[in-house]
Design a protein. Structure first.
Length: 87
């Protein structure tokens, strides 16, 4: 497994790179801002909102899928991620 954190701002950032594996992904927000997740064209208006929880949110990525995130204008948030280490 690989664990890391990414700082998300109001510019789209890649959270999990595309890979040739099906894999589980766990995400958790550190602070109180919302991170909107989706594809490389994610926006805060149309992305899936992730907010702070007591436990990580689990999902999965298929072969060739990646994950991107963005915050609302002027906001910054740190998101923690655990996934399979493809290397």
């Amino acid at each position: 497994m690989k664990a890391y954190k990414v700082t998300v701002t109001d510019t789209v950032v890649q959270l999990v790179p595309r890979d040739n594996l099906n894999r589980p992904v766990y995400v958790q927000i550190e602070g109180n801002n919302t991170v909107y997740i989706g594809g490389p064209d994610v926006t805060s208006a149309q992305g899936f909102p992730i907010v702070k929880h007591s436990a990580p949110i689990q999902g999965g990525l298929g072969v060739g899928d990646g994950l991107w995130g963005i915050c609302a204008s002027g906001q910054t948030e740190t998101i923690r991620i655990i996934t399979i280490d493809a290397d």
